[in-house]
Design a binder for this molecule. Structure first.
Ligand code: FMN
Length: 376
């Protein structure tokens, strides 16, 4: 924050950044998008210590960006240069809003725009958004086209001011964010990629009928969570289905980067999934809670645990949370508390410390608790 960086060109002329990482590293390891979890401080800490290839923001509702009076919703997209390549995720059901929010994201300078077609939460899916789009493939296609159009027209000169549903405060807030996070104006020659994250089906697995609707539109990447909407987060992710989907995607369009997702706890299991199921990479979500090192290979994980104190990282996270949001109206420390509890996962006898941490209301209080227990 505060300092300026050179723009790194992740979108080379011939390859997009997904393909570029894949060509260089043989697989992609990414931090999955998680609403209420993967905010700016969480992504910053995860990237600093986990060094994953890509990070996704938590999702934001395009209807909210286009209709809300408050600009607070743009917080979901907060990022700085250290988090690149940064993929901003959006959800909704109104193609015209998707297009306009894509223009806003281009202007903010994100590297990719990802469309959520996987959220099973009733607050999202019962409105026809998220995983409900599996049921309305024509609308899903319209949405992908709208985002592709927004990104293309931005690269040809379309401005946020040309978008009727982006309010003046929302447009101003983009400039404020860029200044706060030290982001330079993006180069219109390098458009963000468009990708989709989805599930294997609605009530049951239906990849053979669902995925071709997406593949046809040639998104840069597709990420597939191996559960249906109906399963929500129950049972196990079905990696056999993800493997079949990988074959389907590669057969229909080998240019599309295909990532699998679900129940992967660490780097080694991710490598095993790539080797066994033919995916180009893996997204890790819940396994990373309070454990940024899960993205590192085992030897580095062990080194990390010797050279780092997870409680010191928890405090760093709390301090960054305060620095990022403390100056905002209606600021609350509450969303930080769950992270503090996660940092104590797997630590024997941590129940008492956890009970204190989840009642803390500032980084100073966190420091006091950790010092009193001689943890830092
Ligand atoms: C708290 C929480 C919030 C989530 N929010 C999102 C979201 O905003 N966008 C999305 O595509 N997936 C979201 N997901 C799904 C995850 O990205 C991921 O697909 C899922 O957790 C399975 O991966 P995992 O087993 O590695 O956690 C969320 C999951 C959790 C647990």
């Amino acid at each position: 924050m505060g300092c300026r960086f050179e723009v790194i060109d992740y979108n080379s002329q011939t390859m997009n950044f997904w393909q570029d990482i894949l060509a260089k590293k043989g697989m992609i390891l990414a931090l999955s998008p998680m609403d209420g979890v993967s905010d700016y401080p969480f992504r910053a800490i995860s990237k600093k210590y986990g060094q994953m290839d890509l990070v996704f923001t938590e999702f934001a509702n395009v209807e909210g960006v286009c209709r809300s009076k408050s600009t607070r919703i743009l917080q979901h997209f907060d990022f700085d240069q250290a988090q690149r390549p940064l993929i901003a995720q959006i959800f909704g059901k109104t193609p015209a809003y998707f297009k306009q929010v894509s223009v806003l994201l281009c202007e903010l300078g994100v590297d990719g725009v990802d469309i959520n077609m996987g959220c099973p939460a009733p607050t999202v899916a019962s409105h026809g958004s998220g995983a409900a789009l599996i049921r309305t493939p024509e609308l899903a296609q319209e949405i992908v086209r709208a985002v592709q159009e927004g990104v293309r027209e931005w690269s040809e000169g379309l401005e946020m001011q040309d978008c009727p549903d982006l309010s003046a405060p929302m447009i101003t807030e983009v400039a404020v964010k860029k200044n706060f996070f030290g982001l330079v104006d993006p180069d219109r020659r390098h458009r963000p990629t468009v990708s989709v994250k989805t599930r294997i089906g609605f009530h049951q697995e239906e990849i053979d009928t669902w995925l071709p609707h997406l593949i046809e539109l040639a998104p840069a990447a597709i990420s597939l969570h191996g559960r249906t909407l109906k399963q929500s987060y129950s049972g196990q992710a079905d990696w056999d289905v993800i493997g079949r989907a990988a074959t389907l995607v590669k057969k229909m369009n080998p240019e599309i980067v295909f990532l699998g997702n679900g129940d992967v706890p660490n780097y080694e299991v991710a490598v095993e999934k790539v080797q066994t199921y033919g995916v180009d990479g893996v997204l890790i979500g819940r396994g990373s809670f309070g454990q940024p090192h899960v993205f590192l290979p085992q030897a580095k994980r062990q080194e990390f645990l010797v050279s780092h104190n997870l409680f010191a990282i928890a405090l760093e996270h709390a301090q960054l949370f305060e620095q990022t949001y403390g100056h905002l109206e209606n600021y609350r420390f509450l969303p930080m508390r769950k992270h503090l509890a996660w940092y104590t996962r797997g630590i024997e006898g941590a129940a008492a410390i956890r009970a204190e941490l989840v009642r803390s209301d500032s980084a100073v209080a966190v420091a006091e608790i950790l010092r009193r227990h001689r943890l830092i």
